[in-house]
Design a protein around this ligand. Structure first.
Ligand SMILES: Nc1ncnc2c1ncn2[C@@H]1O[C@H](COP(=O)(O)OP(=O)(O)OP(=O)(O)O)[C@@H](O)[C@H]1O
Ligand SMILES: [Mg+2]
Length: 245
């Protein structure tokens, strides 16, 4: 949550801001997300979390990457999985090769932990997408994916999954159905409320458990917030409350 402050924060547009500038307000916002998810997991097991959004370009991959970084910084063993098998970006964000990854693990029946790559950040491994398959929805919705995910939840304290947007394809809903929880990213000021509401209904229709909604890239001046130096801001509340809002 935002705190009062006087000085202007430095611009923190680097995709891995939580690693590049851990003291920035942006990194602090990602740490708040981590705390919220930890609380959400007190009553229910919450080891596998899908990050998705209703529409393209709302900030899913950026959120997954930074959420992974702050969780690893807290000492948990974390796996970030690029399960966007259509427009994968996590290999670029982390500067990793992508010759092998999720698609390879699924097709060759290899555990995620064996195919994932270590990163420069202690405790953080990344399973990149691997070569793009012709049938992404089938692959991420397969029984094999479910089994691998369950196994990965035994190897890692937290498994975070990137995904394509809900509006265009079935992949994110298939992932929402098998993961322990879902974080819905909403790019502030860009997406009609109705579209977000529809995404919530769709996730709930596959019995996905929405842990919270992350308001991304709020323009604090435009959106009338007092704390005008925050570049990132996240609001975290229950799905019931999110519907009210
Ligand atoms: N909070 C933010 N502030 C500024 N820029 C951001 C923020 N979040 C994401 N971006 C930028 O917005 C662009 C889209 O972000 P990102 O790739 O994370 O979205 P996405 O939802 O994964 O997109 P896609 O649907 O194509 O997978 C990127 O250039 C990213 O650096
Ligand atoms: Mg993405």
């Amino acid at each position: 949550m935002a705190k009062r402050g006087k000085a202007a924060a430095p611009s923190t547009a680097a995709p891995l801001v939580a690693h590049a500038d851990p003291k920035s307000p942006a990194a602090e916002a990602y740490r708040s997300l981590r705390t919220s998810i930890q609380f959400a997991g007190l009553d229910h097991k919450c080891r596998t979390v899908v990050v998705t959004s209703s529409s393209p370009g709302e900030g899913k991959s950026t959120t997954v990457a930074n959420f992974g970084v702050v969780s690893a910084q807290a000492g948990s063993r974390v796996l970030v999985v690029d399960s966007d098998l259509r427009r994968p970006t996590l290999h670029r964000i982390f500067g990793l090769g992508n010759a092998r990854g999720l698609s390879t693990a699924l097709l060759e029946e290899q555990p995620f932990a064996d195919v994932a790559q270590a990163t420069a950040i202690p405790n953080l491994s990344v399973l990149t997408s691997g070569p793009l398959p012709p049938n992404p929805a089938e692959l991420v919705g397969s029984l094999r994916m479910r089994e691998c995910l369950e196994a990965a939840a035994g190897d890692f304290a937290l498994v975070l999954l990137d995904s394509p947007p809900i509006v265009s394809v079935a992949d994110a809903l298939a992932l929402s159905a098998v993961a322990d929880g879902v974080v819905l990213v909403v790019r502030a000021g860009k997406i009609p409320h109705e579209v977000v509401r529809r995404a919530v209904v769709q996730i709930e229709s596959v019995k996905g458990r929405i842990l919270g909604v992350l308001m991304n890239s709020v323009n604090l001046k435009r959106d009338g917030y007092y704390y005008d130096y925050y570049r990132y801001y996240h609001s975290y509340y229950s799905p019931t409350e999110s519907r009210r809002r």
